[in-house]
Structures are given as structure tokens and as C-alpha cells.
Design a protein around this ligand. Structure first.
Ligand SMILES: Cc1ncc(C[n+]2csc(CCOP(=O)(O)OP(=O)(O)O)c2C)c(N)n1
Length: 639
């Protein structure tokens, strides 16, 4: 059979297809998703699960006029395939290629660049209000599609509460596949399970299809909607009292892999006069058995070889990452001290906490995608006498800024923040790079902020953090763990580690770019430039003595960090140096004041001059341009 996918240039082409053709298109789209997953790490099982839903939405609405927001955005691939990007699909998540998340620069069908969960209802409601105030003609409909994993986000209830009050015609499609990345957790999960037990969903689906099929599709939309609704209620398609009480009409649950049924429901709610929630049940990984059987491993699988519906081999990256090191260090601390707990916001897999979850079930807490709650919850635990470790990716911790301020820092509570995936995270791109944490963490009084230079530092820093009677944050990247092959000094609060001294200049490094800094210094020494390297370890309290010594005694100072320059580590160094009136020869390298695109981390570091070659180049240029300086103290003194 001819592959229909290449013929779909825009969603308008779907309108010409028959139901069997739409079903064939679904198979073609799944095939494209499988092809991609065999040679690229990409979001997979979530995308397989929404193929029919995506087709039904685009075949029913006209999203060149109406509004569609996919919550989080990791399940956007089918949407990309039918919104004019099929021919570039193979470039997804590569440098210069399509993003793995919605991107308005790629298509007018992508409204927001997103990657963080839970904001879709708010944005869709805002669009609806905006479009209505601007008097769009015909009125634009607004649809948010949200997964059951994202659904427990606090913001969702803020939006539902608001929409219920406004009585706006917001259409929420709840894609319930019983999974977040790991199995979903919490009371809402149980509630959705109970809704699934609705006899209509479990046994009487066909009758419902027939009942709805008899409904008129023409005539006054309000009357039609009411008549259809009455029929749906008669057929048993009601429930969801919780949503009804909030002012939403609830419809479902509906088989989310039945395009015909989905279209009927979507037509039913198309001209709704109030907020409506359509509960769609799908299977994560649908259509590819290994992914449906194990949606957790196939959420973002490494490339694999397949034979039709069978995985033959998986190309696993076996290198040990900083995440592994952190998780082992947390495990050790939990073994030693019964007060230590660990908290993750739905990222048990990403944070590699499975072993801890299984070994210490009573001290492991998965809160769901609820970062703000997690931090305040940790504060409560700390107040009660526990030593909570909040293990959250740097980018997602941004959600908790106010709780870090009020519940933790202001109370001076001993909560440890493990800021995983700090810095440039690679193919996920700007929504996921964790580059702002140094800036926001060092703002808060009482907070200690550390960045290990290698894996040994990371382990000792966690040990130190748990001994402090105050909040503390440790940041580390998404990268293979490195262990420096040099003599080390113990990790002591507020003290930097001088790894090598240099007359011509010194590199003050914050974090794991340290290996590159050492390599750069070696290369420069070979060229006759004597450049020292300091592993700063602490951004707060920062080592003022070392900063004072180097700005007074060395030719130039270069700060290196994998974080936003604005308010980051280099800025902290400048603040100290300004007190000594010695900022002239301080140069900073880090993330400039723009959003960094997606590409491999190594490529991005190279683009930004943050790899060894880039640091060498920067030092050479500074040395060439620098006027000779008088040193204020004799060289032999150690800084
Ligand atoms: C604020 C935030 N926290 C964590 C994540 C990481 N994350 C990405 S997808 C996902 C699971 C989402 O589950 P669901 O919404 O049900 O979608 P599904 O993949 O099951 O289709 C998580 C936790 C995120 N994107 N945003």
C-alpha cells in the first residue's frame, strides 16, 4: 500500500481522507516513529500513544485558525509529521534540525516553545480569552492536550479553577495512558483509574458509538451539543464529578486509538459553551509491542535494532554519568543515616533512583510533576528533623523558586538540592538546559552553592551538605563522570582547590569543565604561556582569599562556567574583585545572554568556546591583548 504520509503537506489534506485512509496514515506515522527510534535517542512511547488522537484532532479542527497546545511537548512528533515537517523529520534533535519539542519558528501550528509540563491549560485559556477579546471571526476554539502524568501539576488546577469561573469554552483533552515516565502516582491517578471502570468504557463501547453515530451533525450548534450530550449521558458517558464540580463538562473515557470514535467526540465538544474535559484512554507505546510492554524503557530509548515488532539489540551508552555518581552517593548516605530522605518530582528513572526506591521505600518520595510542592514538602520534613535531599533537574527546579526562597532559605532549613542536568543538556534544547541555577541559587541568604570539579568532589560535597545545618545546592551536568588524575585537597566549606599555579594567568573554573581547563593549561604551557588552574568548588560562600590573590598576582584571570554569565559564577568573582578595585583583567566565559539551541553537549560547548580548544584560544587572545602588568606581590607566595 502507498505510504500516505509523504502526501500530507498540511493538516488540511487530512480532511480529504476516508476513515480507512486515516487509519492507514496512523500506521505510516508509527512506522516513521519506529524508523527514527532505531537510529536516534528520541521520545518514543509517548508519541506512539497519541498518533490517532493527533490525527483525529487535526481532522476535526482547523488549527491554522483554532488553537492547539500539546502539554509538555515531548509527544509532538506525530503533530510535526502532519504539519509540513515530514521531509525534515529525520533531522529531529540534531544540530540545525527540527527540535524535539514544539517550536513556533518551525511552524505556525506550534504556538509555544515548551518542554516543561503543566502549563498547557493556562496558555490555552489565555489564548481563548485573548482571541475572544480581539473578536476573532469565526471565534477560535482552544484545545489543550495533557497527559495524566502532567495532570497533577498544581498549575492545572489553577487554570481549571479560573476557566470554571470564567465559563470559557476551553477544551481539555486528558490523554490517560496510566503513565508518567514511570507509572503515575498520587490520588488523581487513583481517581482516573476509577473513571476507567465506567461500564461504558469497559464493555459498552460499541453501543455508545452507535448512539453517537445517530446524532445529527448539522443544525444549531448549541441545540446539537445539548442533544448529543443528553444522549451521551443516557448512554452512561458521564462521571468525572470532580471536574463537573469545578465547572467542566466531563466526557469519557473514550478509546483513544479509535479515530472514528475520537472524531465523533471531538465534534460533540467542538461547539461547547463551557469548559469541557474529554477523557481519552490510550496505551503508551501503542502499536510497537516492546514499547507497549515496557513504556518506561521506551520513553526515550537509546537507538535499537528491530525486526518488525521485535527489538534485536539496544545500543546502550554504558558510561557512568554524574547522575549515577549522585545516586550512589545518596544511597550511601541513606544507608548511614536514617534521617536522610530523597525526593523526586516524577524523575525516578532520569535521576537513577530505582535502587533507592526499592531499598528504602519509606524514605523515597515521588511527588509527581510537582516541583513547587516537592520543595515545600522537603522543608516540612527538614523542620520535623529529617535531612531531605531534593533531587530535581536544574531546569525543572526553576518551578520552585518561591519555595526555595520562603519555605527553605528564609527558615534556614537543611534541605539539600541535587541539581542534576545543570548546564547544557544537549538535544533537548533550550527548554531543558539548566543554565540559570547558579544565578538564582546564589541570590538566597543562608544558601551554600557548590559545583564539583569531578566525581570525587561530588561525593564529598554531598557529605558536607548533609553536615550543614542550612540549605545547600550542588549542581552537576548530564555528562560522563570524570575523575581527575591529580592530588586532591579535601572539600572544605568555602575553600577553592588550587590545582596548578601560573604567572601569566589563571583559570578559575566552576564545575566539571575543570578537565578541559587543565587540558588547556597543559597546551598553553607547551606554547610558553604559564596559566594556573583553580577548582573553585564553591560559588557561595566563594573563596575570597583565592580571588584576591589571583587578581593581585597573576597576569589575567579567566572564569569558566557552564552557566548563564548573567548573575552566575563569573559575576560572583567580579563582585569580590570589585571590592579590591581589581576587575580590569578578569574575563568571563559561560553561556551568553541568549537561549542556546539543541545539539550534542560537546557541539554546544565547542560553539561557545567552552571546550579545551576554546579555552586555549581565549587565553591566547587575552595574553596577546593584555598590557604587561606589575605584580603587587612576589611570585613565590602561594595564592
Ligand atoms: C516541570 C517538568 N517536570 C518534569 C518533566 C519531565 N517529564 C517529561 S515527560 C514526563 C512525563 C509526562 O507524562 P504524561 O504527561 O502522562 O505524558 P506521557 O509521556 O505519558 O504521554 C516528565 C515527568 C517536565 N517535562 N516538566
Amino acid at each position: 500500500m502507498e505510504n500516505l504520509l509523504p502526501t500530507i503537506r498540511s493538516p488540511h489534506d487530512l480532511k480529504k481522507l476516508t476513515l480507512p485512509q486515516l487509519e492507514q496514515l496512523a500506521a505510516d506515522m508509527r512506522d516513521a516513529l519506529c524508523q527514527l527510534a532505531t537510529h536516534r535517542t528520541a521520545h518514543f512511547s509517548s508519541n506512539l500513544g497519541v498518533v490517532e488522537l493527533c490525527i483525529a484532532l487535526h481532522a476535526t479542527f482547523d488549527f491554522s485558525h483554532d488553537r492547539l497546545i500539546w502539554d509538555t511537548g515531548h509527544q509532538i512528533y506525530p503533530h510535526k509529521l502532519i504539519t509540513g515537517r515530514y521531509h525534515r523529520f529525520g533531522t529531529i534533535r540534531t544540530r540545525g534540525g527540527l527540535m524535539g519539542y514544539p517550536n513556533p519558528e518551525e511552524s505556525p501550528y506550534d504556538l509555544f516553545m515548551t518542554g516543561h509540563a503543566g502549563a498547557s491549560l493556562s496558555a490555552a485559556l489565555g489564548l481563548k480569552c485573548g482571541d475572544d477579546l480581539i473578536d476573532s471571526d469565526p471565534p477560535r476554539r482552544s484545545v489543550a492536550v495533557i497527559g495524566d502524568g502532567a495532570f497533577p501539576c498544581g498549575m492545572v488546577y489553577e487554570a481549571m479553577n479560573h476557566a470554571g469561573g470564567l465559563k470559557k469554552e476551553l477544551i481539555v483533552v486528558l490523554n490517560d495512558n496510566q503513565m508518567s515516565i514511570c507509572p503515575r502516582v498520587g490520588g488523581m491517578a487513583d481517581y482516573l483509574d476509577r473513571l476507567r471502570l465506567n461500564p461504558v468504557y469497559t464493555g459498552l463501547k460499541d453501543e455508545v458509538v452507535r448512539a453517537l453515530g445517530k446524532m445529527p451533525l448539522l443544525g444549531d450548534p448549541v441545540e446539537r451539543f445539548l442533544a448529543q450530550l443528553k444522549e451521551a449521558v443516557k448512554a452512561g458517558l458521564h462521571g468525572g464529578m470532580l471536574f463537573e464540580e469545578l465547572g467542566f463538562r466531563y466526557l469519557g473515557p473514550i478509546d483513544g486509538h479509535n479515530i472514528g470514535l475520537l472524531r465523533k467526540y471531538l465534534r460533540l465538544v467542538q461547539d461547547t459553551q463551557q469548559p469541557v474535559l474529554v477523557h481519552v484512554v490510550t496505551e503508551k507505546g501503542h502499536g510497537f509491542h516492546p514499547a507497549a510492554r515496557d513504556p518506561v524503557s521506551f520513553h526515550t530509548p537509546p537507538p535499537f535494532e528491530r525486526d518488525h515488532d521485535r527489538v534485536i539489540s539496544v545500543n546502550k551508552n554504558r558510561s557512568r554519568s554524574y547522575t549515577h555518581v549522585a545516586s550512589e552517593a545518596i544511597f550511601d548516605q541513606m544507608t548511614r543515616d536514617r534521617r536522610v530522605t530523597v525526593l523526586t518530582a516524577a524523575m525516578c528513572l532520569g535521576n537513577k533512583l530505582e535502587k533507592i526506591r526499592d531499598r528504602f521505600p519509606d524514605r523515597f518520595f515521588d511527588t509527581g510533576i510537582c516541583e513547587s510542592h516537592t520543595v515545600a514538602f522537603a522543608a516540612g520534613q527538614a523542620k520535623a528533623g529529617l535531612r531531605p535531599i531534593v533531587d530535581i533537574y536544574s531546569t525543572f527546579l526553576q518551578r520552585s523558586l518561591d519555595q526555595i526562597f520562603q519555605e527553605v532559605s528564609l527558615q534556614n532549613l537543611p534541605v539539600v538540592f541535587m541539581m542534576d542536568r545543570s548546564g547544557l543538556t544537549g538535544p533537548d534544547g533550550p527548554t531543558h538546559h539548566g543554565v540559570f541555577d547558579l544565578g538564582y541559587m546564589r541570590l538566597f541568604p543562608n544558601m551554600t552553592v557548590m559545583a564539583p570539579g569531578d566525581e570525587t568532589d561530588l561525593v564529598h560535597m554531598l557529605d558536607l551538605a548533609l553536615k550543614l545545618e542550612a540549605p545547600c545546592a550542588i549542581r552537576y551536568p548530564k555528562a560522563a563522570a570524570e575523575r581527575l588524575d591529580v592530588n586532591r585537597t579535601p572539600v572544605t566549606l568555602g575553600t577553592a582547590e588550587v590545582l596548578r599555579e601560573g604567572d601569566d594567568g589563571v583559570i578559575l573554573c566552576c564545575g566539571t569543565l575543570l578537565g578541559y581547563c587543565i587540558q588547556a593549561a597543559e597546551t598553553l604551557r607547551g606554547e610558553g604561556l604559564d596559566v594556573g588552574v583553580v577548582n573553585m568548588r564553591f560559588v557561595k560562600p566563594i573563596d575570597r582569599n583565592v580571588i584576591r590573590a589571583v587578581v593581585e598576582r597573576c597576569g589575567f584571570v579567566l572564569t569558566v562556567e557552564e552557566a548563564a554569565l548573567a548573575a552566575g559564577f563569573g559575576t560572583a568573582v567580579l563582585e569580590v574583585a570589585a571590592e579590591f578595585h581589581a576587575v580590569a583583567d578578569i574575563h568571563r566565559r559561560g553561556i551568553p545572554d541568549r537561549f542556546v539551541e539543541h545539539a550534542e553537549r560537546k557541539e554546544l560547548l565547542s560553539d561557545l568556546g567552552l571546550d579545551a580548544a576554546g579555552i586555549v584560544e581565549t587565553c591566547r587572545r587575552i595574553a596577546l591583548e593584555a598590557p604587561p602588568r606589575e605584580r603587587v606581590a612576589p611570585r613565590e607566595k602561594t595564592y
